[in-house]
Write a protein that binds this ligand. Structure first.
Ligand SMILES: Nc1ncnc2c1ncn2[C@@H]1O[C@H](COP(=O)(O)OP(=O)(O)OP(=O)(O)O)[C@@H](O)[C@H]1O
Length: 268
């Protein structure tokens, strides 16, 4: 009997619609790397979605396509009905990478306000917004600090604040906590959950940790090894708001097991 179709068709009413997406790296005459194939994902407004899969399966590639840092070979992405290019130029997309990439010669407040400065926002408004975000991400007292004076976790907080400065409609996070120790990572996970709750921003997170994905997400997209295809969607039906103690729930363990089983299939 044929396997039931696990991939829902892209919903036209979805906030983010990814349909028929494939990407092959390499110019004609070069070695071609088929990174992604036949990706269809629909994301609702305000949803928290994680992308997980084996190393090299195309998670970052997919995130970069959504954020208009790469163009797909085939297929289409729409964010609130707009092409990624338009959404990016309207500063509706916030991006956070594993390395916070702060400008070392600017104080934290000026780093956070940089996108607003580039947009020509008046100084008083920039400072008001930066202050609001500093409070939101828990960096009060570090407004005038230099990036080198901050720990890794604090730098990522600043990077998240900077990404939120233009009130983006979607926040794209590429392994933002991958380089942090477990306790800092737990703390930042809870901060991110709170920021998501308070702002209502739509989030797409790339992670290698199925536990992190279950803790934070409404929905997890498991990708197969390269070329990344959708292996399965896992809907996380744990109640919100979630604290770290949700990890003691049986349901949490069930979902982690389900995710691990799906990931292991790719290695068989
Ligand atoms: N610029 C590029 N040119 C050619 N191949 C590339 C390029 N960037 C990535 N790739 C290849 O495309 C595939 C997908 O890469 P990508 O970084 O998206 O995977 P990933 O799932 O994010 O990996 P990881 O979990 O290790 O970060 C990999 O095989 C990678 O080597």
């Amino acid at each position: 009997m044929a396997e039931p179709r696990r991939v829902p068709p892209p919903a036209p009413e979805a906030f983010v619609s990814i349909a028929g997406l494939s990407l092959t790296y390499g110019a004609p005459g070069q070695v071609l790397v088929n990174a992604l194939q036949d990706i269809d994902i629909a994301i609702d407004k305000g949803q928290f979605v994680s992308l997980i899969g084996p190393s090299g399966c195309g998670k970052s590639t997919l995130l970069r396509i959504i954020g208009d840092l790469l163009s797909p070979s085939t297929g289409k992405v729409l964010i609130g009905g707009s092409e990624p290019r338009e959404a990016r130029l309207d500063r509706e997309i916030g991006f956070v990478f594993q390395d916070a990439a702060l400008l070392e010669w600017r104080r934290i407040r000026e780093n956070i306000a940089l996108p607003l400065e580039l947009r020509g926002t008046p100084k008083a408004e920039r400072e008001r917004k930066a202050e609001e975000l500093i409070q939101l991400v828990g960096l009060d007292g570090f407004q005038k600090a230099w990036p080198r004076q901050l720990s890794g976790g604090m730098r990522q907080r600043a990077a998240i604040a900077r990404a939120l400065s233009t009130n983006p409609r979607i926040l794209l996070l590429d392994e933002p906590f991958g380089a942090l120790d477990q306790i800092t990572r737990d703390r930042l996970n809870m901060e991110l959950a709170r920021i998501h709750e308070v702002t209502g921003v739509t989030v797409v997170l790339v992670t290698h940790s199925i536990r992190e994905a279950v803790l934070l997400s409404d929905r997890i997209v498991v990708l197969t090894p390269r070329p990344g295809r959708i292996s399965r969607f896992i809907d996380v039906d744990l109640p919100r708001p979630r604290g770290l103690e949700v990890r003691n729930d049986e349901r949490f363990d069930d979902l982690v097991r389900l995710g691990n089983r799906e990931l292991e299939k790719g290695y068989m």
